[in-house]
Each structure stands twice: as C-alpha cells, then as structure tokens.
Design a protein around this ligand. Structure first.
Ligand code: ADP
Length: 498
C-alpha cells in the first residue's frame, strides 16, 4: 500500500459523544474519527443504539439492505438492523451506524449496568458478541471493505478473533487489519467459561488461554491476543501494563508476549467542546489573556453548590466515575483532614454505591465546605472545570485521563497521582525554574496525597504570583487531536505494511 494512500477505517465502539457517554471512551470515539476524516481518510463508526439515544434528534434512519439481518448467538437466532446517521462535529461529518436490537440495546436506557442495582446486565456477553458479529455483516452487506477495523476496549474484544477465525474466507477480508485500543484494563468483560459456546468461534479453541483467564471467558484477552496491533492511551500506561503485574490485572502473560505490538498514544482533547474561550456551558468565557473573567465561574459554581462565595477560598473540583481505581478510598480516608483546611470541595460523579453513601453523609455533615452531585451532568462538568481553582485526580491507575487535561486548559491546577496518562501530562511545579503545571504524588496512600494537596494549598494561599504562573503554564498546553490522530495514522500504516 502506498504510504500516502487515504485509508478506510471502521471504528467500533460502545459509546460516542454526543449520542451517549459514560466516560472518556465516548469523547475519544467522537474526536478521533472526526479528525481522521478531516485529514482525508474515510471513517465509519459502529455503536449500539441504546434506548437513551434520541432517534429523532439525531435523524437515525433505516437502510433497506441493513435491515433485519440475522446471526446466531449460541442456539438463538438473533435479528438486528444497522441504522444510519451522521456524527456532525465542527470538523467533519462522519457516517455512523447504530446497531439496533430492541432486546439487547433499544429497550434499556443505560449502557452496561442496571442503574438501580448497579449490577452489570447479565446478558452483556450476548450484547457484545452481537456488536462484534454485526461489524462483519455490515461490511459484507455494504461491500465496503475497510483497511483497518479499530476496536475499542473489551466490548469490541471479539472483533479481531472473528476476523481471523471465522471470516477469513470472505473475499477481501484477508487484507483487513485490526487495531485494539485498551482504554481501561480494569474492565475486561469476564464471563463464565461456557460463554465460549455462544460465540460461534471454532470449538477446538474453547479451552485455550487465548480466551480464558482465571477460568473465565475474557473479551479483553481475546482482543489483545488476536489484534494485529494494540495501543493504550498513554505511553506511561503502555509501559506499566507490559512490565508490572499490578497494572496488567491478570493479563500479564499475553501483554508480555505481545509487548512489541503494544504502543502508547496519548488522547487529545476536543477543543471545539473543551475550550474556556468558546464554552457555552460556563458563566463567563475566558482565555489566558482574560483570566480576570475566570472568577465569575467560581462564583457561579459556589452558588450552584450553595457555598458562601469567597474569592480567597480555593475550590477543589473532582469529576469522575466513582470506582476504586479512581482513588476514592484515599479521598474517604483523607476526608476529615481535608475538611479542617481552608477550602471547598465539589464532586460530580456516579458509580459504586459505597461511595454514594459516603458522600451523601459527608454532604449533610460538612455542607459549608463540601458539596456534590451524584449523577451524570455534562454541563456541570464544564462549570466545575471553569470554576474550580484546583482539580484532584488521585487515581490508582489512569490509562490516559481527560479531566486533568481539561483542567490544565481551563486554568484549574491539577493535583494528581503520578501514574499512566496523568504522569505524561502533569509536571510538578518547580518554584526555582518556574516550570511545571501541577502537583503530583507517587505513593498510593492518603499521606502522600495529603502532602501534595497541602503543598498546592500553600502556593495558593501564600504565593499568588507563582500560583498565577502555574495556571498559565497549564493553559499553554497543547493537547491537540491533530498530533494524536497523526500517531494513529502512523500506527495504521505500520500494521498495513506501508
Ligand atoms: P474514564 O474514561 O476512566 O472515565 P477520563 O478522565 O478519561 O476517565 O474521562 C472521563 C470523562 O467523563 C470526562 O469527559 C469527564 O468529564 C466525564 N465524566 C465522568 N463522570 C462524569 C459525570 N458524573 N458527569 C459528567 N461527566 C462526567
């Protein structure tokens, strides 16, 4: 393949902004395809059509030849359709196909788990077997053969295996290469081993370590085994998962074996969405030259959370899924100590019920200093970035992390654990050289985190000039998707042998 040839890329994912989102995967699945398309490549996206996706608003329509297709999941005959629309962004218009099946997706509003019980849906195995199979039926019916199928996280983990094991004889399919992007290893799509029977993969492979981890069928393992090339969303995290068992979470053998095929590409941020200069969701827009407008956002944030507004008291923001890997056990342990400091904390998040319970109690006990909204609210996320002075991300693991990058460009100084993408984007401020854009701590424990927070508070309260410098260093960051998209193209070309 000539190195300048424009590529055909089929991007398979389980969430895409603006249609549906639970986390950073949705941001990436929107921004990257748009940037690739803008660079002249031909991109198409496949995503499930969950009940929460508004069909009318997004003009999702039927395509006759993609209607009422059938496949088998175990013994079941399953009928599905692929419906069409466009992802219309500031940069490009990308064709998107929605996998439509009422039982598996359309009849449920949430993506992976029951919002009331917090439990994963019991048929997630079948739901994402269907996603993987639908990709090949789509290609066959459209007669559009991509150069690359770009698969994301465990939900797409079976795509590379199906391509190599079940669809190799389809005309042209032997030319297709797969890239598997690991956004998050902490969720691997693990199911009882007999799920293998439902997949329709060659039965002689059923006991093989290619699919089975710890006695369980594992979608992520299959993706890592069969993809032609793999990447994670920062270089640091790529190194961590290949070299340290604490990070590889049971996949050490396969990640070590495939080390030479694993690359790190840091995510960009979509500056048409996350940019304080043009952000419609905040109280007053600003940029590095009009930082005097930022406090209006702090005031709006304080009012939103019913705090008495005082410009001199720092607000620490947090926006996150509430799970152990995000470091919330440290926050709980440090909470009473934090509440003794001259600060306010606002939290936006949803996840594990144990954290919901803790923060609801904290809310009634410390309402003058702590407030939270335990749910998902995209608009509020923007106001928190603009209105807070600091942003806390004490993650145990962080493949890339987007919020620390948003914080940097919104002038909210990040305090983060030195891991994964956090370590690749946040650099400790050095008052001697004036370099650095935030504060980091290494050891995953409460004392280490507190030390870093107290250091930041000290700069805030006692060194206003240096504080300003830290803010400006952060706001000068360039997290453009253009760089990251070029790195993806290089990786696609590498695997295509160009
Ligand atoms: P992850 O993908 O592991 O959840 P990231 O930092 O990469 O973490 O991305 C999280 C994304 O989800 C960010 O865009 C963040 O603003 C958003 N987000 C997380 N929780 C919420 C919430 N409760 N409400 C609104 N946005 C949220």
């Amino acid at each position: 393949m000539p190195s300048g040839k424009k590529l055909k890329i089929l991007f398979v994912t389980s969430e895409v902004v603006p249609f549906i989102k639970t986390g950073g995967l949705a941001d990436v699945s929107s921004a990257l395809p748009q940037n690739l398309q803008e660079m002249g490549h031909q991109v198409r996206i496949v995503v499930p059509k969950y009940g929460a996706i508004d069909e009318r608003k997004y003009k999702i329509h039927e395509v006759v030849r993609l209607k009422d297709l059938t496949t088998k999941i175990g013994e079941k005959d399953v009928t599905f359709s692929l419906r069409s629309s466009f992802l219309i962004g500031k940069k490009a218009r990308v064709q998107i196909y929605f996998l439509d099946n009422q039982d598996y997706f359309g009849g449920r509003h949430s993506l992976y788990s029951d919002p009331l019980s917090g439990e994963d849906f019991p048929d997630n195995d079948e739901r994402f077997i269907l996603l993987a199979k639908s990709v090949f039926e789509l290609i066959i019916k459209l007669g559009w053969i991509p150069d690359i199928i770009h698969c994301n996280d465990w939900q797409c983990g079976l795509v590379p295996a199906y391509l190599k094991l079940n669809y190799q004889n389809e005309p042209g399919f032997d030319q297709i290469k797969t890239l598997f992007t690991i956004h998050n290893l902490s969720s691997q799509g693990e199911f009882p081993a007999d799920v293998f029977q439902k997949t329709g993969l060659p039965s002689e492979l059923k006991k093989q370590a290619k699919f089975i981890s710890d006695g369980k069928f594992n979608f992520m393992r299959a993706g890592a085994e069969y993809a032609d090339v793999i990447n994670t969303v920062s270089e640091r995290y790529a190194n961590e998962i290949c070299s340290d068992k604490e990070f590889s979470l049971g996949l050490h053998d396969i990640l070590k074996k495939r080390k030479d095929k694993i690359f790190g590409i840091i995510n960009g941020i979509d500056d048409s969405v996350w940019n304080p200069e043009f952000d419609k969701n905040i109280a007053k827009r600003y940029n590095i030259k009009s930082l005097e407008n930022k406090p209006a956002n702090k005031k709006a944030l304080a009012e939103k959370f019913s705090f008495d507004y005082d410009e001199k008291i720092p607000i620490i923001g947090m926006i996150s899924r509430l799970y152990p890997s995000k470091g919330f056990d440290l926050v709980i342990e440090a909470f009473e100590e934090l509440m003794k400091e001259n600060l306010r904390i606002v939290l936006l998040g949803a996840g594990d019920k144990k954290y919901h319970r803790f923060f609801m109690e904290a809310l009634s006990k410390h309402q003058s200093k702590f407030s939270c909204y335990l749910g998902f609210d995209d608009q509020l996320a923007h106001l928190i970035e603009a209105g807070s002075d600091m942003f806390l991300m004490p993650s145990q693991f962080e493949p890339c992390g987007l919020n620390q990058m948003y914080s940097l460009v919104y002038g909210s100084v990040p305090i983060v654990r030195e891991t994964g993408g956090l370590a690749d984007t946040v650099f400790e401020f050095d008052s001697k050289t004036g370099e650095g854009n935030g504060f980091l701590f290494k050891d995953f424990n409460k004392d280490s985190m507190m030390k870093s927070i107290l250091k930041a508070l000290n700069f805030y309260h006692n060194e206003p000039k240096l504080w300003h410098k830290i803010i400006k260093n952060g706001m000068r960051s360039n997290f453009s998707w253009i760089n990251s998209s070029k790195n993806y193209i290089d990786l696609y070309r590498k695997v295509l042998g160009a």
